[in-house]
Design a protein around this ligand. Structure first.
Ligand SMILES: Nc1ncnc2c1ncn2[C@@H]1O[C@H](COP(=O)(O)OP(=O)(O)O)[C@@H](O)[C@H]1O
Ligand SMILES: [Mg+2]
Length: 253
């Protein structure tokens, strides 16, 4: 059998960080969208990426995957990946759960998972079904008939099926009703126990519940990063970073 060439093991001992971006720039058309993003993602926790709409959060995730042209350094477990192609970066162990979830509504849960199987690696159906017993029960159900939270499980399940070092998850609670937001947060709490996650999340309460580390972006740059306990403790700072107007502050100026 012609198995794909194995990806060289990466040097786990050389870096404290699962993912490390230094001075990453990305230009799309004439827009200089990422203007020197430098950030660190510690292992075995959730890093929440906060920031107003349009500051470049999604573009940062796409830059890691090589889906937008970019310069700068990107290390996965201490190993440079910025010169590699997207398929190779993915094979090194980065799972992507995009904003629109990309679940195929006309296919069953099982078919959606099977399509995600990465060639040449192990497929952890046990882990997916242990974390999401609902998916085993609904394996033959069309994904289009699932609730928003269940569809998010399918999307996350695809990321967990393969051996990933990091999952990049883009705004999983966006546009969901409050009840579904809690459902998705509960789902992410389960995923957190088995994965390192970089999570774009505008919902501060959700970020608070999930994150151990925070990265706050403003206009193409990282404005602040550090332990969630420190960064999320200062309500006013968080409101500033998210662009929520604080009337008291306005009055002072
Ligand atoms: N494919 C693209 N073509 C042109 N502009 C884009 C493209 N993708 C993103 N942008 C622009 O880049 C900026 C950052 O977008 P994005 O990374 O999606 O922000 P966020 O995820 O923080 O809301 C926005 O001004 C957006 O309009
Ligand atoms: Mg976005």
């Amino acid at each position: 059998m012609n198995a794909p060439a194995p990806v060289e093991p990466t040097g786990d001992t050389t870096s404290d960080w699962a993912l490390e971006l230094t001075d990453v720039h990305a230009t799309i058309g004439v827009s200089h969208i990422l203007q020197g993003v430098t950030l660190r993602v510690p292992r075995n926790t959730v890093t929440a990426m906060l920031g107003r709409n349009g500051v470049g959060k999604t573009t940062t995730l796409r830059a890691v995957l090589g889906l937008v042209p970019r310069t700068g350094s990107i290390l996965l477990d201490g190993v440079p990946i910025e010169r590699e192609t997207t398929p190779r970066i993915v094979r090194r162990g980065i799972g992507y759960v995009p904003e629109d979830r990309d679940v195929f509504g006309g296919l069953t849960v099982q078919e959606n998972l099977r399509l995600a199987e990465r060639k040449g690696g192990e497929h952890h159906y046990d882990r997916v079904f242990e974390l999401f017993p609902e998916l085993r029960k609904r394996a033959r159900q069309h994904a289009g008939t699932l609730s928003g939270g269940q569809q998010q499980m399918v999307s996350l399940g695809r990321g967990l099926l393969n051996d990933n070092r990091v999952l990049l998850i883009d705004e999983p609670t966006k546009g969901l009703a409050p009840k579904l937001v809690s459902e998705v947060v509960e789902v992410l709490e389960r995923v957190r126990s088995v994965a390192t996650i970089l999570l774009v999340e505008q919902n501060i309460a959700a970020a608070h519940r999930l994150a151990g580390h925070v990265v706050a972006m403003t206009e193409g740059r990282v404005e602040a990063q550090g332990p969630a306990d420190e960064l999320l403790a200062d309500d006013q700072r968080v409101r500033e970073l998210l662009g929520v107007t604080d009337s008291h502050r306005e009055e002072r100026h």
